[in-house]
Design a protein around this ligand. Structure first.
Ligand SMILES: [Zn+2]
Ligand SMILES: [Zn+2]
Length: 335
């Protein structure tokens, strides 16, 4: 099959990825399905693996963990998918299923977790195999593959962050920083009757947030929100500014950190954090990913995206690194 492979890590400008035409097409084992990939979202994490910010776990490696496609082959024991079904695959390729985290619904903390496009081959190829228990059924979601692909990473991550925020209808949720995950958070909140307060400096992002239903758009760090917030989901990698978000929370409020990296977090005034909770988003898990897919059957989860042809992957990654892409996400169209 055709695939983009990574054999050694290097800055993306040095073009560490290579297209091959003769990569072995994977065959599904008994509990696996094979997905003919239609689209795969391009993520910052792919860049981190290609450039060596994260270690290389196998070589050659096919990157890509935001996969949407059609089942074209199933293993002998598969019962929940059939050929022709739409299926998706997220960052969570597999967890052990038996550790203390897996048996308590916290498989995102499983020490034996395997991640798509890092520990095993991912989605920048024509086919991928997935364990049926970890693939997401996408029949009935009224979206095309170009929209289903990003739903498999920023979409499902947004739902996990949302769950950590413990909000109920009528509550007020703040979002600081606006990217694809924040976009989906506004959509989730909209769908579930939660008021959203978005804080971003970008004019373009303010317009998008207003358009998709944010109650208030401004700069929480400068002016503060108009009223205390029940939870805030935080994206900037700037630890020094985080205390301002804690101050904007109502008593018993929850701050959820959704950024991948952060500068040192400093708290100068303990009184501003007393009685409040800080949580962090870590990997993704099936229960929240499935909840996101269910919500996408009722709430429009399409996103502004830029479509790239298969041959353009490396250029797309370079564009996203340089911040040259105006759209919220980039998607590699494959099938
Ligand atoms: Zn991703
Ligand atoms: Zn486990």
């Amino acid at each position: 099959m055709k695939a983009w492979i990574l054999e050694g890590q290097a800055k993306i400008e040095e073009r560490p990825l290579r297209i091959v035409d003769d990569y072995p097409t994977p065959m599904p084992m008994d509990d696996q399905i094979r997905i003919k990939i239609m689209a795969t979202g391009i993520c910052r994490t792919d860049l981190h693996i290609a450039e060596g910010d994260l270690p290389l776990h196998k070589r050659p490696l096919i990157l890509g963990h935001e996969i949407a496609g059609v089942v074209d082959e199933v293993g002998d024991d598969v019962t929940t998918f059939k050929v022709g079904d739409r299926a998706g695959l997220t960052w969570l390729y597999k967890a052990c299923g038996s550790c203390r985290y897996c048996i308590t619904g916290q498989e995102n903390y499983c020490p034996h977790i395997m991640r798509t496009g890092w520990d095993v081959d991912g989605g920048f190829a024509e086919y991928v195999v997935a364990h049926e228990a970890y693939a997401l059924p996408l029949n009935g979601v009224p979206l095309g593959f170009d929209d289903l692909a990003p739903l498999m990473c920023p979409g499902v991550a947004a739902y996990l962050a949302f769950e950590l925020a413990s909000l109920k209808p009528g509550d007020k949720m703040g979002i600081v920083g606006f990217g694809p995950t924040a976009y989906y958070l506004v959509k989730i909140a909209e769908g579930l009757g939660i008021d959203v307060y978005v804080s971003t400096r970008s004019k373009g992002h303010r317009e998008i947030a207003e358009m998709i239903g944010a109650t208030w758009v401004g700069n929480i760090l400068q002016e503060g929100p108009p009223s205390p917030l029940d939870s805030i989901i935080w994206f900037p990698p700037v630890g020094e500014a985080l205390e301002k978000a804690l101050k904007a929370l109502a008593p018993a409020g929850i701050l959820v950190l959704a950024q991948i990296a952060s500068t040192p977090i400093t708290i100068m005034d303990y009184g501003s954090i007393w009685g409040k909770t800080i949580k962090t988003v870590y990997n993704v898990k099936r229960s929240t990913s499935r909840a996101m897919v269910e919500l996408a059957k009722k709430v429009d989860m399409s996103i502004e995206k830029r479509i790239f042809r298969f041959e353009e992957l490396q250029d797309a990654m370079m564009m996203s690194k340089r911040g040259e892409m105006e759209e919220l996400v980039g998607v590699l169209r494959i099938g």
